[in-house]
Design a protein around this ligand. Sequence first.
Ligand code: AMP
Ligand code: FES
Ligand code: ZN
Ligand code: ZN
Length: 313
Amino acid sequence: MVKRCSLCGASAVTWIPESKQYLCAEHYLEYFERRVLKTIEKFRLLKNVKKLLIAVSGGKDSTVLLYVMHKFFSREINLVGFTIDLGIGKYSRESTEIAIRNYKKLGIEYIVVNLKRSYGFDIDDSVRFRKWIKRPPCSICGIVKRYLMNKVALEINADAIATGHNLDDLALFMMSALQGGKVEELTKLTLYNPSINGFVAKIKPLGLVSDKETLLYALISGLEFYEEECPYAPQRGLRTTIIKALDVAENNHPGFKRYFVLNMIRRVIPKLPKPQGRIMRCAICNMPASNNVCSFCKIRARINEVIQKYRNK
Ligand code: AMP
Ligand code: FES
Ligand code: ZN
Ligand code: ZN
């Protein structure tokens, strides 16, 4: 039997277990946008933001983020898209192209940084020379993204950086940090990270909508996004187990992830000691750092050294 939208009677595209409603395409888009706008309003994510750097990988989350921010805020906020070509073979080439096509389609100003061209190395190099670098690509990639987002935001005087992290990402990070007793990491897992020690503020407008909800929004809206996962994403291990455990909890108790993340943000994380960190400047690049030389400059120097030494081996 065709299911009908609980609001208008048109044929339904989805069931929302939390509110026990069937929704048609049009009402689903409204539902999703309302959730994102409510998150932005409740957590005051755009307070005093006149210029916003939107970090876009070309995947579904950041593409939806770009689209929604453009739809509702392009008149009052100066939106600038930002994409890093990380040099992960076809994955980076195609996702960067898609991000650029979306910027052009929406008429959004944008900046693309090619890691190899600008800094002499890329993520594929870190894999090729893994034997000497001895660090997983994802950890290097994380350092690169954090550094370049902040650097570019400072250069263009952006008031905040928006990322496409969704509810599933937050629930996973929180569980992993809890399991590992990583209190300092937990304190950063909020929807709004204020500007501190020279780092630009960061916001996660999609932090209370799930992976599935974001995918459905992208599909119904006909957005172009890159569908494949990064080839270096870990396929096994504790991370995968936690994802599965969270999915079981959500299936048995609809809304579990949202309550968990909201309770952490509202009741647990505010009670944790605030990270103190001193304001330091990297001796090489002059960007804010927690040591004499920032993690990006350290890893950049190491990989470039290894490339020079072992390029013919
Ligand atoms: P990830 O670390 O891949 O889970 O991505 C988290 C968020 O970081 C995405 O939603 C984007 O906002 C941002 N991001 C990831 N990759 C890139 C990239 N290559 N360029 C710009 N932003 C990115
Ligand atoms: Fe960074 Fe996969 S996206 S290693
Ligand atoms: Zn409807
Ligand atoms: Zn540096």
